[in-house]
Write a protein that binds this ligand. Structure first.
Ligand SMILES: [Zn+2]
Length: 591
């Protein structure tokens, strides 16, 4: 390093470049321009002549070399940016497909953002990413540091100057909050210069900003679905949070047609089609996270109903241990997963979290090092190391032909999205009989219900008994918020419900509500499950068409813990409250 005390204080944080061979040590230009120039010449982006002209120009103008090269048209801004970002080891920030947090951005006042050409784009814990055109500009980072907390760690990411100026323009000059945008639109409507337009791109269009703001808001509060429901004169907006629909706001029906068009454009639907249901998908980077929205429209008498489901790629993969299975169930499941061949069924109604559990299980197994292939309808989350195929009704790939071709790919484990008919069921059984572990899902009320269901579909009893490893049934219950849940002693009636002695009542918890849980008293969800292990005795009972009661007696004798007991255990541990227990599992069939 030749000029640590040189006149360019902004360069000292840059990684050291190896000295160029044959380079005279005397009177070097500043470290960065030299390296940058060399690099650009080396990559064939500019010629030696051009770099000499630019260096001449730099002496006169005192501008950054890169800026001069761009101004003179020798290199494009984005090509320069790639080189700068790459040589500094920083990441390129994709401003085009990102939706940012205007509250975070506004921590840096506009004039400071303009002066230093920097914009705060992402916060994760105390790491804050600053998009900058000049990632070497330590001085600028120092200048804006005062607007953040002491513990915040500022990390530069690269963005072209044009993009930064556009972001500054957009986030400082245009209203980005839902209320603000609605007010802006309302004013426009009142003054008859209505700015409602679903087709015009760009942030000058309030409709574009409104949809963005709504999506950000939904992600921020942890919604899994966004419902737009047109009524007589207004559109109701509801979010599904932890499984429960929550009314968020309603807005005037006048807004709806523009919003529908905007959402349709974003999700690749036909904007002219309003009489038939449509499906679409939006891929988006929101608040630094990659999020997909699956969008469905449904015509109603009041207009098109739209439901958007968030497929958060980051959120989807929950470690098996984090789903809320009891220790007993985790141990049992891990033991059963070691069986190399046979069928594992996960059962429960729609919305009971089957898919999440399945992905967690598959992801747990990938660690062991096997080939996993799936047939899904649709593929909801993409997993690395697992080869997933989407089933399309009416096209070449259905479940039956899918399993056939899958088997030729020599997988160890296959997941068949859902067994609905005899042909698919028999293919799955055949796969299990030929040495594969097969996962599938069914819609039954409980674990034991899988056995008569398979028989109804047409699988002979002796084949079920020979191949079934286990049947897992589950529900999802809202988990009590750890910050505000309130302890109290159970009443005699509750003791009866919980199978506890009223003379010695247990402590239970109830929901209260605080800032941490959106005043609901609940935060996140937890699995309530039962895992029916098909042991030798159960095999025998299945093969001889024994009654449900006989099977249940045998299972309970061998340590089967049913959903009601698992739920009660979770109440006694303070994880869920009694209303959730009653609402989630059927306590009446308990013996
Ligand atoms: Zn709370």
């Amino acid at each position: 390093m030749n000029n640590p005390a040189g006149p360019h204080p902004t360069t000292h944080a840059a990684p050291a470049a190896p000295p160029a061979p044959g380079q005279a040590p005397a009177a070097p230009p500043a470290a960065r321009p030299q390296r940058l120039g060399e690099k650009l010449v080396g990559m064939g982006l500019i010629s030696n002549d051009q770099i000499q002209i630019a260096l001449q120009e730099q002496k006169a103008s005192k501008k950054l070399l890169g800026q001069i090269l761009v101004d003179m048209g020798f290199v494009t801004e984005s090509a320069l940016g790639e080189v700068l970002a790459e040589s500094s080891g920083t990441h390129r920030f994709d401003a085009k497909s990102a939706v940012l947090d205007s509250a975070l951005i506004k921590l840096i006042p506009k004039d400071a953002a303009m002066r230093h050409k920097v914009i705060a784009v992402q916060r994760e814990g105390n790491q804050i990413k600053l998009a900058m055109a000049d990632v070497y500009n330590v001085l600028a980072i120092d200048q804006v540091r005062r607007y953040f907390n002491k513990a915040d760690n500022l990390i530069p990411v690269y963005c072209t100057e044009t993009e930064i100026m556009e972001l500054i323009d957009q986030y400082y000059d245009y209203e980005m909050s839902i209320d603000g945008i609605l007010k802006e639109i309302e004013t426009g409507i009142r003054e008859k210069n209505a700015a409602l337009d679903g087709q015009k791109e760009g942030y000058t269009n309030p409709t574009v900003r409104l949809v963005d703001a709504l999506l950000i808001d939904a992600i921020r509060v942890g919604a899994s679905d966004i419902h737009f429901e047109p009524e007589g004169t207004f559109v109701r907006l509801r979010y599904r949070i932890d499984g429960a629909l929550k009314q968020i706001r309603s807005f005037h029906l006048d807004y709806w047609s523009a919003l529908v068009v905007r959402i349709k454009i974003m999700s690749g639907m036909n904007i002219a089609e309003t009489r038939n249901p449509q499906d679409g998908r939006i891929s988006y980077t929101v608040l630094g996270r990659e999020v997909d929205f699956r969008v469905a429209s449904q015509p109603t008498v009041h207009g098109e109903n739209i439901v958007m489901r968030l497929l958060d790629k980051k959120k989807s993969l929950v470690p098996l241990e984090m789903l809320g299975f009891s220790e007993h169930h985790i141990r049992l499941l891990k033991t059963l997963l070691k069986r190399p061949e046979g069928i594992i069924i996960i059962t429960g109604p729609t919305g009971s979290g089957k898919t999440t559990t399945l992905y967690s299980v598959l992801n747990y197994i990938t660690d062991i090092g096997v080939t996993i292939m799936t047939l899904e309808d649709p593929v909801e989350y993409q997993l690395s190391l697992i080869r997933q195929t989407q089933i399309r009704e009416g096209s070449g790939v259905d479940f039956v032909s899918g399993i056939k071709s899958l088997m030729r790919q020599d997988p160890d484990i296959i997941f068949v999205g859902e067994v609905r008919d005899e042909e698919t069921a028999m293919m799955a059984v055949r796969a299990a009989l030929t040495g594969h572990q097969v996962f599938t899902t069914l819609h039954t009320n409980d674990a034991l219900g899988a056995i008569p269901r398979l028989m109804d579909i047409g699988v002979p009893a002796h084949l079920i008994s020979g191949t079934l490893i286990c049947s897992l049934a589950q529900r999802l219950a809202r988990k009590l918020c750890g910050h505000c849940k309130q302890a109290r002693v159970a009443t005699p009636a509750e003791c009866h419900l919980l199978n506890m002695d009223p003379e010695d009542p247990p402590t239970i918890y109830e929901a209260l509500g605080c800032d941490a849980c959106n005043r609901s008293g609940y935060k996140g969800r937890i699995v309530i499950a039962e895992i029916l292990r098909i042991d030798r005795e159960m095999d025998e009972l299945i093969a001889t068409h024994a009654t449900r009661n006989a099977m249940m007696d045998s299972a309970l004798e061998h340590g089967f813990i049913r959903m009601p007991e698992d739920g009660i255990d979770k109440v006694l541990r303070g994880l869920i409250d009694i209303p959730e227990l009653i609402g989630t599992v059927d306590l009446t069939e308990r013996m």
